[in-house]
Design a protein around this ligand. Structure first.
Ligand SMILES: [Zn+2]
Length: 484
């Protein structure tokens, strides 16, 4: 979910906060009392909840960038019988197809028994997460006889959290002489890590008047990457010489690179009861994984074509050609519709056919949201804030995600019919908010509802999600893919 620092919200509709429609323990005011989703589980379901979190954590261990997430999800899809879309002849009922956009965004499709023109079901999510990018000429000498990296933050991160944290470097370099070098340093035993050094409390008096958001300035997000001098002028020169020789690169190759610093930490269970999953990148690799997993696990041929659309660049506004604002989705729809139209009538799909098919698409725009924080509960407005462990979230009144009430009612019916606990979320007026990719899909005249599950420490270097919410989210998406 993209951070919006100031958002004026004009209207606030107080919906009843339902935690479980099948458990109507009414409050005196007539509302259904919120209830932890954990309390709705049978013993067998509880076991499924814990089991479901294991492959999710496995995915998180590998999905350290949007491209690495795309690769991991495509591996899972291939193992589930999906094939790269290369020919119109593949577009037959029951076909399981992968439409990749440059290895950074992907449309996964299970072709339904009815033509796509009759409507389709889509769960859309993003697989990028807040991180730190390297500048084009990244290695610099710094006072204290060290080499540092010059960086630029990606997404709405709180800079102070990134100091004194072991950082890994992931991504790739495309060299001018035509090689593609994968870089992944910091996650393997024996790997070095990179660290942004904070000031010692012994000597930081000059810094103590800085406010919360200025604890590290934008140009101070500079991890140490070398300290041994040599024959060259500076430590930075030594580090660059080392990189040139190790990777056989020239300095300009670092301009044609996508290199990201991410926490060199791995997922773990949080709490004595193991109820939470902790990891960097859960916004929104959590939704990307769940949307894809639920599609891969679809059995047989659905009536309507089901899509998982997993995008990039959401945290910076869904720009660029692999973001949700890209025409890729329109091209993909056109290619699939064209294949079905040619097979049925020998004619290509018209532009109007494509638009009509998009208008008949029902979309869950899935993205994690902020949960009630135990230390700062006043940041949320209690009647419409989401609680970790209380089920999936129906989001209203963020930037660009106001659903039609008819569609919302249809989705709520689906939740209730499947006994999936749900709650609502609308940010406290005047304190914040966020955007998702939902707006880019409703611009295409699709029917879109924004959903999520709550996180603690959202957009932090280590975020927490509830395992029961993750599992209910999966059940929600699974049910949605097959609605008539
Ligand atoms: Zn986000």
């Amino acid at each position: 979910m993209m951070l919006r620092r100031s958002l004026a919200l004009a209207a606030l509709l107080l919906l009843p906060t339902l935690a479980h429609a099948q458990d109507p323990a009414a409050n005196p005011d007539g509302r259904v009392a919120p209830k932890s989703a954990w309390l709705t589980l049978s013993a067998a379901q509880r076991e499924q909840v814990f089991r479901f979190s294991d492959p999710y954590k496995d995915y998180l261990r590998h999905a350290k960038s949007a491209a690495l997430s795309a690769r991991e999800l495509s591996h899972l899809a291939a193992a589930a019988g999906f094939q790269d879309f290369t020919s119109p002849a593949q577009v037959k009922p029951g076909a399981r197809l992968i439409l990749s956009n440059r290895g950074r965004a992907t449309l996964y499709a299970v072709i339904g028994s009815n033509p796509i023109a009759s409507g389709s079901r889509m769960v859309a999510a993003h697989q990028d997460s807040p991180h730190i990018n390297l500048k084009s000429r990244p290695v610099l000498n710094a006072p204290g006889s060290v080499a540092i990296l010059k960086t630029i933050p990606y997404g709405g991160l709180k800079r102070y959290q990134w100091a004194n944290l072991p950082l890994a470097l992931v991504g790739h370099i495309d060299t001018v002489d035509g090689r593609h070098l994968e870089i992944n340093i910091g996650f393997h035993p024996g790997d070095p890590v990179f660290v942004i050094p904070d000031a010692a409390p012994h000597s930081d008096k000059l810094l103590r008047t800085r406010t919360y958001t200025e604890v590290l300035g934008g140009e101070e997000m500079t991890p140490v990457v070398g300290s041994i001098p040599g024959e060259k002028d500076t430590v930075a020169d030594e580090v660059m010489a080392l990189l040139r020789s190790r990777y056989k690169i020239h300095d300009e190759d670092l301009v044609a690179a996508e290199l990201e610093l991410v926490p060199a930490t791995q997922p773990a269970d949080v709490g004595f009861d193991l109820g939470l999953t902790g990891s960097w990148g859960q916004d929104d690799k959590l939704s990307a994984y769940t949307a894809t997993r639920a599609l891969l696990d679809l059995k047989g041929t659905p009536g309507k074509t089901a899509f998982a659309y997993i995008t990039n660049f959401e945290e910076v506004g869904s720009d660029n050609n692999t973001g949700a604002g890209s025409d890729f989705l329109d091209s993909a729809f056109t290619a699939l519709l064209d294949a079905q139209s040619q097979a049925a009538s020998g004619k290509p799909a018209s532009a109007l056919d494509v638009r009509n098919a998009q208008a008949a698409t029902l979309v869950l725009s899935a993205d994690t949201n902020d949960g009630v924080n135990p230390i700062f509960p006043g940041n949320s407005e209690a009647s419409n804030s989401a609680i970790v462990g209380y089920g999936v979230t129906i989001k209203k009144y963020g930037a660009g995600f106001d659903p039609n009430s008819e569609f919302t009612a249809r989705v709520l019916h689906l939740l209730d019919a499947n006994s999936i606990p749900w709650q609502t979320q609308t940010p406290r007026v005047d304190v914040g908010g966020g955007g998702t990719i939902g707006g880019f899909l409703s611009q295409r005249n699709m029917e879109v509802l924004d959903i999520g599950i709550p996180l603690l420490s959202m957009h932090a270097t280590y975020e927490m999600s509830s395992k029961v919410d993750l599992w209910e989210y999966y059940r929600f998406m699974s049910a949605f893919y097959t609605i008539d």
